[in-house]
Design a protein around this ligand. Structure first.
Ligand code: APR
Ligand code: PHB
Length: 392
């Protein structure tokens, strides 16, 4: 058994683990990341990239925002479509802030590339990860790699291992409080090297269902349509998907859609999920390990960032000032912001999607709410301040 010693053992090299590891190392705190996949796999993931200031602030603090500013696209507005018109939400005019369109893959790449030069060790392709003594002050994490058994002895363990990780299940059922809602549809997404159909994102509620026009750059677009969970990728050849996108996004957008071959096409389910508590003993849950949002609100990466902002501040206070209150308060503080983001993501999902059990009345409620949003600055402010990100 090879034994490593560190102050914080981080499980998972996604955005949560990487942002946390960098902030801890920047503060002179020892941290090691262990990751079950290899680097190429982690960097191959196609994920949303609408960054709130909570996320861009972390990259700025780490002096890792250069490529984001060079290649990212600041957006001062977002559009809703109701099948007939585009309703622009003037995020910047209403809140004074913008969101940054910059792919999560790029954020992850920037964080991984900077790790070696900053003393942040990432151990790739680990197996059989186990957590031990998390209820005490001397937890450990074991794993195997190339057939060799390892143990990391730490003061804290950060479970940044996503929805399917091993950290959350180690919290005893007696204290676990999971909350879940699974939606009766999925999102079929397509990535294509074609210019976006609009300078901003468009979220559409059409009689046929939801659609989203997003972007990775001025030459690469990301589109989605809502599909029943029974649908298969082979049911949606590119032409059929482009036709349906044009229909659902409405005539204004459709007139500017450039079609092209799919670089990637996939169907993902939607769920809302929150696990409480986000701390148990010396184990903290961070990001998708603790919560999942439907992608409608573009909150996944940004909630990981707010968890990281809270936890890094608490751990720095613990190690630098022997302050135990901040780590004790992490779960309640993080969950307060998580639940508000879950509400917004759920609310926008309910507004913009067609539900199998909905009848004409429910449809008219959605149409009426979109009409109200089109005519009310107060309603637009609610969307704007949640979309750009509530304060920490
Ligand atoms: N051992 C080591 N690593 C693990 C284990 C394990 N047992 N289980 C999972 N992992 C790794 C995964 O391979 C992944 O790289 O943990 C990482 C978790 O990363 P994410 O799933 O990206 O979660 P998170 O870092 O919280 O980022 C949340 O990413 O998934 C998107 O939509 C989500 O935008 C959100 C963001
Ligand atoms: C994306 O670009 O993949 C994306 C953008 C906004 C969302 C969801 C996904 O709400």
């Amino acid at each position: 058994m090879t034994v490593h010693k560190t102050q914080v053992a981080i499980i998972g090299s996604g955005p949560a683990g990487l942002m946390l590891g960098h902030l801890l190392r920047q503060a002179g705190i020892d941290a090691i990341i262990i990751e079950r996949q290899n680097e190429a796999h982690v960097l191959s993931r196609i994920r949303a990239g609408v960054l709130e200031t909570v996320t861009t602030d972390i990259l700025e603090r780490l002096d890792l925002a250069g490529r984001m500013h060079a290649e990212g696209l600041p957006h001062g507005g977002v559009k809703l479509a109701d099948g007939e018109r585009l309703i622009r939400i003037d995020i910047e005019g209403l809140t004074g802030r913008t969101v940054m369109v910059y792919g999560q893959t790029e954020v992850t790449r920037d964080l991984i590339d900077a790790a070696p030069g900053r003393g942040l060790e990432i151990i790739w392709e680990v197996e059989d990860v186990g957590l031990h003594d998390i209820e005490g002050d001397a937890p450990s994490v074991t794993y195997t790699r190339d057939g060799v058994e390892h143990r990391i002895e730490a003061r804290f363990v950060a479970g940044c291992d996503g929805f399917h990780g091993v950290s959350r299940p180690t919290i005893p059922a007696a204290v676990a409080r999971p909350h879940e809602k699974v939606y009766p549809f999925g999102w079929l997404g397509i990535l294509a090297d074609v210019p976006p159909c609009n300078e901003e994102l468009i979220y559409a509620n059409h009689a046929n269902g939801f659609a989203l026009a997003s972007q990775r750059s001025l030459t690469r677009s990301r589109y989605y349509i809502q599909v029943p969970l029974t649908e298969k990728l082979e049911d949606w050849p590119d032409d059929r998907l482009w036709d349906e996108l044009a229909l659902r996004l409405g005539p204004d957008a459709a007139a500017h859609i450039t079609r092209g071959p799919a670089l990637e096409k996939s169907i993902a389910p939607l769920r809302s999920f929150v696990f409480e508590p986000m701390r148990h003993g010396s184990l903290f849950l961070v990001g998708d390990a603790a919560h999942i949002v439907p992608p409608t609100g573009a909150k996944g990466l940004n909630l990981a960032a707010s968890d990281v902002a809270y936890l890094s501040q608490a751990l720095i206070a613990f190690f630098a000032e022997n302050d135990h209150d901040a780590v004790a308060g992490y779960s309640d503080k993080a969950l307060a912001r998580v639940w508000k983001a879950e509400r917004f993501s759920w609310s926008l999902t309910m507004l913009m999607h067609r539900f199998p059990d909905d009848g004409p009345f429910e449809r008219r409620m959605q149409v009426a709410e979109l009409d109200y949003i089109a005519s009310s600055e107060a309603a637009q402010m609610e969307i704007a301040e949640n979309y750009v990100g509530l304060p920490l």
